[in-house]
Write a protein that binds this ligand. Sequence first.
Ligand SMILES: C[S@@+](CC[C@H](N)C(=O)[O-])C[C@H]1O[C@@H](n2cnc3c(N)ncnc32)[C@H](O)[C@@H]1O
Length: 484
Amino acid sequence: MSETTTYDAVPYESFPFAQSHPARMSGMAKLFGLPATNLATARVLELGCSFGGNLLPMAVQCPGAQFTGVDLSQVQIDYANKIKSELGVTNITFRQANILDLAKETAQYDYIITHGVYSWIPPEVQSAMLDLYGKQLAPNGVGYISYNVYPGWKMREVVREMMLFHVGHLKDHTTKLAQARAILQYAGKLHANNQAAFGRLMAEEANLLMRCSDSYIYHEHLEANNRPCYFHEFVGATAKHGLSYLGESSLSDMLPDRHGADLANTARQISDGNIIACEQYVDLLTNRAFRQTLLIRADRAASVQRALSPASFRDLHVSVQLKPATVEPQLQTTKTPQPVAHAVYSDVHGRQINANQPHAKVMIDTLVAASPYSIPFTQAVQAVAAYAQSAGLQLDAATYVSSELAVLLGQGVATLFGEAQSRPAADAARIAPYARWHAARGNVVTNALHGLVQLTPEQAQAVKSGTPASAAQQAELMTLGLMV
Ligand SMILES: C[S@@+](CC[C@H](N)C(=O)[O-])C[C@H]1O[C@@H](n2cnc3c(N)ncnc32)[C@H](O)[C@@H]1O
């Protein structure tokens, strides 16, 4: 009989985390010159899987891979197994177990995922988790761990500790949550017009948390354990278990340039080419609070090639999160004319991305035509090479595409995959089976790219029924990544 946990009493909502998808982990490994296992045969383990919201869509999408989800909470594992049988998937196993005990096993996995767990467990379980990664990651394996970091969490701890002090003597979960919300509300109101640094911090954090779900407030802030650490401490702890830092799960999260050239140049200069030091300086100077780190076995560290070249991208697949946009021409002075954008695109936040040369437009249009699905890097190169030839342009297409792609990746509007996430042919496309199951339970569903999408009532009806109402609706669902 398993022990009862707080997750039995207040179950965690379980979602897909696109950044933890093995095809994205393999994309980062290949980008840095390392081989990685294809999902056709991969073994994937998730620790602290809750009721499978992250792992189940992957299992449906990749029938050849074997998935194992482990969680301490029997209630959550029972629910995961219920969903598993509703979906009829056979390539996934859910187990109630403690990470402490699993570390003694000898299984091998190509991908190990732990999202939202490491910071919330006692030090001996953290150590057992890293031990498991060190021993059970296959030779070409890639591990993902997300965790809270300082200095960003220093400020959040002030709010957490206020809530903990206020509810510490309470036993009942519902009263605890109600009182945590009550003190947040009071702090938010008290500091609503306080312009001093502490007042602004308190009001901002309190108002942000007030909008979060009960399960988030409970497990993020009211659990006995929430142990942020500095990035360099995390890397130091992983090294003791035979692990090495590969990078972050999204390239854009590890490019100092995203904070401007000044910080990027300074961080690179003062860290003397040491990537751990560089990342740590950036965290310290930008108040970072969260990381999603990829780990490899330490014996592969010497093979990591961090200098990116066209060869780094050769075997990769790429998608963009962009759509064409129109902007009104702006009046300019005659003295300082700005470059004319050949095409303008917008990202999911409405941010404008320009293609300033015709061959940039060809590259982005080729990617946008497949979006949100991926195309091979080589297809983008071929499109640009064909344009260059027709326009009589002297251009090394592979060099050009890789450097432009690095810019789009840095801007966070492109994603790399180690294997194809292809757009299906319109006449053979069907609604993604996991999305169909999901739509029967709500209007926010998991798409084929492992992201969450909000559906209109009409779209939800079509996804649930398994048949788009028209060709136009099928095209709409394709754009949302809901067709496979
Ligand atoms: C904050 S939740 C995160 C759930 C999920 N990974 C997510 O991010 O949505 C932490 C999960 O870790 C599980 N957990 C905590 N301690 C554990 C342990 N020692 N062994 C296995 N699972 C554990 C909890 O039951 C819970 O489901």
